[in-house]
Design a protein around this ligand. Structure first.
Ligand code: 3HC
Length: 321
């Protein structure tokens, strides 16, 4: 006999039915504690990644080579801030406040994507980030538009549309450089040499070392495993690199007729673990900058709260209008 209270038994039955039907769970629905916990973990890590991910590119806004490139890059960095906000809002619907989630990041208890701990050394790196990093993000996130948790899935729809503009702008930067002078082409090649491995690691550890995948797939949060998405991405970027006139410096990268996929070399998983553990080239700098920005933004939060309180007092409809 089940030891769950009746409400929980009924809730579990309803939840199982929704998952079996491949429908959506909404915030007011009953959900297992583990489902809520893993979604809060994944969605908040994703939000933190978007926010920290603004740094390597924001760093290039003042050095963009033309006014047009500067305007495009500013729009892209602002988009990432927006993505962070949608995702914090989606995470909040699971019952943890944004303040608490942000605090987890600032005290170093929350993860964010490994990729953002690498520096953007040249303008070509901005191209490589757009093409490879945002490209990997799209490959990973398009299936999340079908995640079983409604607010997360819906936020991913808009995010993916914007990411696709980001990827195109990265591609276009690299296209210009790879069709420019020999020095520009070399700069583009060196940028993709730097970002190839870390971009593939964005998909997470190999399936055999991914503790969360199996349960997240059973709950229809993840639709594909880390290795499946990584393979899909490799298959996509190899012909794109050829179209750019560039190549990946991976001696094991070759078409496998039998598998119908590209084989690729083993990634440096020791490096991945050390980056996640805080020892990547920019982890310290990224967190210092985030804490500083948070402290410097205190007056904005206070002013917004005071304004909301004033509107509420004068006319509550003002705030919701
Ligand atoms: N960087 C840092 N941590 C990572 C990671 C990465 N690239 N890949 C996996 N991890 C962490 C996981 O978070 C998990 O940590 P935890 O159990 O302590 O929380 C641990 O490593 C084990 O990995 P799993 O494969 O078991 O974890 P998941 O099932 O959660 O899968 C994921 C990892 C594929 C990243 C999944 O969480 C996911 O799809 N998340 C949503 C997308 C996302 O967060 N992307 C981050 C990049 S954001 C971005 O790209 C923005 C853009 O503008 C470029």
């Amino acid at each position: 006999m089940s030891s769950l209270p009746v409400d929980d038994v009924q809730g579990q039955q309803y939840f199982d039915k929704i998952i079996a039907e491949d429908s959506r769970i909404e915030p007011s629905d009953w959900m297992p504690a583990g489902y809520r916990k893993t979604l809060t973990r994944q969605v908040s890590q994703h939000a933190h990644s978007e926010i920290i991910g603004m740094q390597p590119e924001a760093n290039w806004i003042t050095r963009a080579p033309s006014l047009k490139r500067k305007a495009i890059l500013m729009a892209k960095v602002q988009d990432e801030a927006g993505h962070g906000l949608y995702l914090y809002s989606a995470a909040e619907t699971l019952g943890t406040s944004r303040d608490e989630l942000v605090d987890q990041l600032l005290v170093g208890r929350a993860k964010y994507s490994s990729i953002f701990n690498y520096p953007a050394r040249t303008w070509a790196d901005i191209g490589a980030i757009g093409w490879l990093v945002d490209g990997a993000a799209i490959a990973n996130q398009v299936p999340l538009c079908r995640a079983s948790y409604g607010p997360y899935a819906r936020s991913m729809v808009r995010i993916c549309k914007e990411e696709s503009f980001h990827q195109r702008q990265g591609w276009e930067i690299l296209y210009e450089l790879s069709h420019g002078t020999p020095a520009q082409k070399q700069m583009a090649q060196e940028a993709i040499n730097r970002f190839y491995g870390p971009a593939l690691q964005m998909f997470g550890p190999p399936d055999a070392d991914s503790p969360n995948s199996q349960q997240s797939m059973a709950w229809n949060i993840k639709r594909f495993t880390n290795d499946e998405l990584r393979q899909r991405f490799v298959d996509m970027i190899v012909p794109q690199a050829e179209a750019l006139g560039l190549h990946f410096e991976d001696p094991d990268l070759k078409w496998n007729e039998g598998r119908g996929h590209y084989d690729y070399g083993e990634l440096d998983w020791d490096e991945f673990k050390s980056v996640i553990a805080g020892e990547g080239p920019c982890n310290v700098q990224r967190m210092q900058r985030r804490r500083q920005a948070f402290e410097e933004g205190a007056w904005v939060r206070e002013a917004a709260a005071a304004y909301a309180e004033k509107c509420e007092r004068i006319d509550p409809n003002l705030i919701s209008a």
